[in-house]
Write a protein that binds this ligand. Structure first.
Ligand code: B12
Length: 447
């Protein structure tokens, strides 16, 4: 079959490319090709796409670490955001380029037999819906199938997108069964390795997952609802990564794992040793861990391996410094474990610039003081502190609790749960002024 894979736009009030890649879709590309299908990718978030750059006359900014700004177009504010003083935008390819691209597809690739659209944040759904509409307009009669995080967390809402069908599970077994119902087979095997040959040019970075799912059950997090904890074979992952890096000449590689260091002796340590043995650090390849590693699982020897493998960005999950909140939100980390992990990284050679605490602001019941204390701790330790605004995620324990306590309406437009918008209307949390004040403190005092 001819299968078109689509990573739609982001629609939000802010977005920045911190090593984003549609890993789920690229993993499917690998398994579709392995089963003999022909695939073609429309990645609206590819900042370096030569076709889009030539069409738009734009020049992309790429930082040495591979991150960069997305192009964007203004959008009229959706009714749900009335009164919220933030500008709503569509990030990624312009709509006119997407239309030109789709118009040319029958000549460049052929009319697709199936179209698979991915989705990420639930509150990015307007971009998904708009894309589904475009695809149906260009290819009437071709099944447009929607999957990914948004589709899995809010399948009933996603069904309103106009897609022919919605895959309400993110685990490989469930996805396989769903696609089979549409006559699409995937190659056998559990490995989740992205196929980067679907890009016709080298980009700014590559992303991999060495595992999906998580061993923890944090009350604010949806990861355990999406995929059971599964680790890739480290040898196979390494082989593919070294091939991709060499073929594409890429200098920045990120890992998206939620639980990167679990069983690290036989898992991620093996990947790190392989990176070192393949000489990637000597070739200037830098690694980034933007998604928060578990302090509890970090040993000094792993910290040394991370340093030798040229890991340049490490976020360590602390989330909150309050011991009670740490325990009741899942017991993932205690402050002593965090301090110990930072010490290991510093002894291994990392600078304070390379290491940041991952903190969450606006957790239910949290105070400004709690965040300032966490910031002070990071200053004492000589590392950066990064504050991420809380978003109540549908189906999580905290979300259900907020609804049960009447602090969040059971039915509301998912757009309003966007972490950047929540402080403008949510009376049970911090207001926009408080969040701004906290963010300013973190910004000004951050090294
Ligand atoms: C990597 C990651 C990030 C990356 C970037 C992700 C990106 N590309 O946009 C970074 C670190 C930047 C990030 C940031 C944030 N993230 Co995040 N992130 C993730 C994470 C850990 C992994 C996603 C991933 O790539 N998984 C691996 C691939 C293989 O899985 P997948 O995409 O689901 O694909 C599989 C299936 O879904 C399926 N599939 C995919 N597409 C399709 C299509 C079809 C048709 C079919 C049939 C199947 C299918 O196939 C794959 C094979 O199994 C998820 C958690 C998770 N487990 O999903 C959270 C997650 C998506 N993030 C979340 C959150 C909360 C955030 C932040 C708000 C955190 C914060 N407070 O700052 C920020 C917000 C960013 C923003 N700008 O708004 C939430 C979702 C929130 C929501 N309401 O939707 C999640 C679920 C984690 C959580 N805490 O619960 N994130």
């Amino acid at each position: 079959m001819k299968i078109l894979l689509v990573n739609p736009w982001i629609t939000d009030v802010a977005a920045y490319d911190f090593w984003l890649k549609p890993v789920g879709l690229l993993v499917l590309a690998d398994k579709l090709r392995g089963a003999g299908h022909e695939v073609c990718l429309l990645d609206c978030l590819d900042r370096l796409d030569p076709g889009f750059l030539a069409f738009s006359g734009k020049t992309p900014g790429v930082k040495p670490d591979g991150t960069g700004r997305f192009f964007h177009e203004p959008l009229p504010p959706p009714p749900a955001l009335a009164g919220i003083p933030r500008r709503f935008k569509r990030y990624g390819f312009s709509r006119s380029w997407v239309r030109r691209w789709l118009e040319q597809l029958p000549q460049t690739f052929g009319r697709p037999d199936r179209i698979l659209v991915t989705s990420m944040m639930t509150y990015w759904y307007p971009g998904v819906w708009e894309m589904v509409g475009e695809l149906k307009g260009f290819f009437p009669g071709v099944p447009v199938l929607l999957g990914g995080v948004y589709a899995s967390l809010l399948p009933e809402h996603a069904a309103l997108s106009g897609a022919s069908d919605v895959c309400s599970c993110a685990d490989l077994g469930g996805v396989r069964a769903f696609l089979e119902r549409w006559g699409i087979t995937l190659s056998p095997g559990e490995a989740l390795v992205p196929d980067y040959t679907v890009y016709t040019h080298a980009g700014s970075h590559l992303v991999y997952v060495s595992s999906v799912g998580c061993v923890n059950r944090c009350t604010y997090c949806a990861t355990p609802l999406l995929q059971p904890f599964t680790q890739n074979d480290p040898g196979f992952l390494l082989e593919r990564m070294v091939q991709d890096v060499s073929r594409m000449g890429i200098r920045n590689v990120a890992f998206f794992d939620d639980a990167l260091l679990v069983h690290h002796e036989e898992h991620f340590d093996v990947v790190l040793k392989g990176i070192i043995a393949a000489g990637l650090p000597q070739r200037g390849v830098r690694f980034h861990l933007p998604n928060g590693i578990h302090a509890r699982h970090l040993t000094f020897s792993t910290a040394q391996l991370l340093f030798r493998a040229n890991v340049q960005t490490i976020k360590i999950g602390l989330e909150t410094i309050d011991p009670h909140r740490q325990r009741t939100s899942g017991g993932k980390v205690a402050t002593e474990e965090f301090v110990r992990a930072v010490g290991y990284l510093q002894q291994a050679g990392f600078s304070g610039q390379q290491v940041a605490a991952y903190l969450i602001a606006n957790l239910p019941g949290q105070t400004e003081q709690e965040l300032l204390l966490a910031k002070e701790l990071c200053e004492r330790l000589g590392i950066r502190a990064q504050v991420n605004e809380y978003t109540p995620i549908p189906r999580t324990h905290d979300f259900q609790q907020l609804v049960e306590k009447g602090l969040l309406p059971a039915q509301l437009d998912p757009l309003l749960l966007n972490n950047s918008l929540l402080p403008y209307w949510w009376k049970a949390g911090m207001d926009a002024e408080t969040i701004d004040r906290i963010k300013n403190v973190f910004r000004t005092k951050s090294r």
